[in-house]
Design a protein around this ligand. Structure first.
Ligand SMILES: CC(=O)[C@@H](O)[C@H](O)COP(=O)(O)O
Ligand SMILES: NCC(=O)COP(=O)(O)O
Length: 244
């Protein structure tokens, strides 16, 4: 079984667009945990345009009361991000090589360049008792380097799989993820996956054995809107139709 960790960044983004606490991120997390999701993910970016540092603190407190659920905090390992991790001690910290002005995550680590830094960060997280995962393209050489850095898991960046899904190269691309997962597992690394996974492409992706966790947010939020819109519009129409 693969754990589903729901990324609440897009709920936070909606909330931030109005300056009120609606929708409430914490209440969403509570609702999702009650529905049986295995974990909550946030990716607090430097400009706090989605999940904020405050959200991260509050979610950490909430999830401590749900021992069967995990809290995964993703982000670029700036000094302030690492201080937030030390303070909130999530179950897992996923290091992502994002620049501060990036629209969204769009590449994994290049461990030829960043092995020393990632090794030090993995040691720091280990001392905090926080599982260390690194965001990685499905590249065998990068997987080998990740194992040498002493991380616990890798998170495979699945955007290229999502792009290929339904196209002629789908099987070829999926095979790269399969090989990367197989190698990682044989080297003792756990494997997570995420980015642009959705209700259409997830099932085929999970034909790869040993994917421990998927974190999903963007599509899941849109799918929730799409699947709920019919019911909501009917109710509005009912109210409008009954108006004097
Ligand atoms: C690392 C990763 O893939 C996710 O954290 C994802 O990037 C969330 O991105 P947004 O901040 O764009 O919702
Ligand atoms: N780590 C990936 C994640 O948390 C969610 O990515 P997306 O579903 O928002 O693309």
């Amino acid at each position: 079984m693969t754990a589903l960790s729901v990324n609440l960044n897009k709920i936070a983004l909606l909330r931030n667009s109005r300056g009120r606490d609606y929708p409430n991120v914490l209440q969403y997390a509570q609702k999702l945990l009650a529905m049986g999701v295995d974990g909550i993910t946030v990716h607090p970016r430097q400009d706090e345009r989605h999940a904020t540092r405050k959200d991260t603190r509050e979610l950490a407190n909430l999830i401590k009361h749900h021992p069967s659920a995990e809290f995964n905090v993703e982000g670029f390992p700036s000094e302030s991000f690492m201080a937030l991790i030390a303070e909130t001690k999530p179950d897992q910290c996923t290091l992502v090589p994002d620049g501060p002005d990036q629209l969204t995550s769009d590449h994994g680590w290049d461990l030829h360049q960043h092995a020393t830094e990632v090794t030090t960060l993995a040691q720091q997280l280990n001392h905090m008792n926080v599982r260390c995962s690194v965001f990685l393209d499905p590249d065998l050489e990068q997987v080998r380097l990740a194992a040498q850095c002493g991380v616990d898991r890798i998170e495979l960046y699945t955007e290229s799989y999502a792009q290929a899904y339904g196209q002629d190269n789908q099987h070829e691309v999926l095979a790269r993820y399969r090989e990367a997962t197989k190698l990682a597992t044989s080297l003792g690394l756990g494997v997570n996956a995420g980015h642009d996974l959705d209700l259409h492409n997830l099932k085929d992706f999970l034909t790869i054995p040993d994917i421990l966790e998927v974190s999903i947010g963007h599509a899941l939020t849109i799918e929730s809107l799409e699947m709920g819109v019919g019911q909501v519009i009917s109710r509005y129409l009912e109210i409008c139709a009954s108006a004097a």
